[in-house]
Design a protein around this ligand. Structure first.
Ligand code: NAD
Length: 299
């Protein structure tokens, strides 16, 4: 029978990912600082413990899915962190989107304790997390990739090896910068078309058979009523928070600054998402930039 897998961070993404590990027959031992988010997993048979150290005390393979760099530092190196109790030879996979430099620091700290750390951020959103169709971008020691793949294929359709630790994050940050630019572009385009008298569903259909098509137009359209089963149809609840997108764009800006890389649209996208956070959109899905562009009209 399969040995226990640890899971830390049962939020929008972590919960459905942990459920898929259970579905594939892995016993799961999990924790989250927010007890409410553990209930459903407990009902499904997962063992819930108080903190990351207790997870590491029992499981030698652990997946973490946390909001941002400070949470990852806390969960690995804090007073009740994984590294306080980690077993030698453990495999630690972090699927959060964080600063690649922090991934490298966590890898060094893990190695000191005889454990292996890999960064494996994901693309795909809550829908893909639920259906087990995420894309994982994996960085770390190549000889450990097969071991990571065994777990990640339970939660994802694509598991791609990127290179040394931190390169998974690099790929993810690049993807999300393009995603943000695409979402803002789709939103302003849809808004303009609607004001020019076009029916939003028809406009989306035309874009999706033309050269303007992108993921934000054909899979995650930001205009309410154009598609079913996306956050725009549910008052922008759930999905991928504006605050998280602002975080990812900030990571992209920092890495661009460090490498003297010009990213003018990425920079503008970052500022737009920062303004949204300051204007009450932080907890809404990032496709609410469409609503933000319409704000004056709504008042
Ligand atoms: P979330 O905020 O819904 O969930 C994070 C969970 O971590 C919460 O339940 C929180 O209570 C828990 N947590 C925070 N600090 C903790 C600690 N110290 N110990 C234990 N638990 C702790 O976030 P999410 O939407 O699930 O995203 C997680 C990560 O995945 C983020 O880095 C995000 O950028 C990335 N991501 C999200 C999506 C998406 O569509 N939501 C898609 C791809 C990648």
């Amino acid at each position: 029978s399969k040995t226990q897998v640890g899971f830390i961070g049962l939020g929008n993404m972590g919960k459905p990912m942990a459920k898929n590990l259970l579905k594939h027959g892995y016993p799961v031992i999990a924790t989250d600082v927010f007890p409410e988010s553990c209930k459903e997993l407990q009902e499904l048979g997962a063992q819930i413990v108080d903190n990351p150290a207790e997870v590491a005390d029992q499981a030698d393979r652990i997946v973490t899915m946390l909001p941002s760099s400070p949470n990852v530092i806390e969960v690995y190196t804090g007073p009740n962190g994984i590294l306080k109790k980690v077993k030698k030879g453990s495999l630690l996979i972090d699927s959060s989107t964080i600063d690649p430099a922090v991934s490298k620091e966590m890898a060094v700290a893990s190695e000191k304790m005889g454990a292996v750390f890999m960064d494996a951020p994901v693309s795909g959103g809550v829908g893909a997390a639920s259906s087990g169709k995420l894309t994982f971008m994996v960085g770390g020691v190549e000889t450990e990739f097969t071991a990571a793949q065994e777990l990640l294929t339970c939660m994802g359709a694509n598991v791609v090896y990127c290179g040394a630790v931190g390169t998974g994050q690099a790929a993810k940050i690049c993807n999300n910068m393009l995603l943000a630019i695409g979402m803002i572009g789709t939103s302003e385009t849809m808004n303009l078309g609607i004001r020019l008298g076009l029916d939003p569903k028809l406009l989306a259909k035309i874009l999706n058979m033309s050269s303007g098509r992108c993921w934000s137009s054909d899979t995650y359209n930001p205009v309410p009523g154009v598609m079913d089963g996306v956050p725009s149809g549910n008052n922008y609840q759930g999905g991928f928070g504006t605050q998280l997108m602002a975080k990812d764009l900030g990571l992209a800006q920092a890495t661009a600054t460090n490498t003297k890389t010009p990213v003018p649209l990425g920079s503008l996208a970052h500022q737009i998402y920062r303004m949204m956070c300051a204007r009450g959109y932080a907890g809404k899905d990032f496709s609410s930039v469409f609503q933000f562009l319409q704000e004056d009209e709504n008042k």
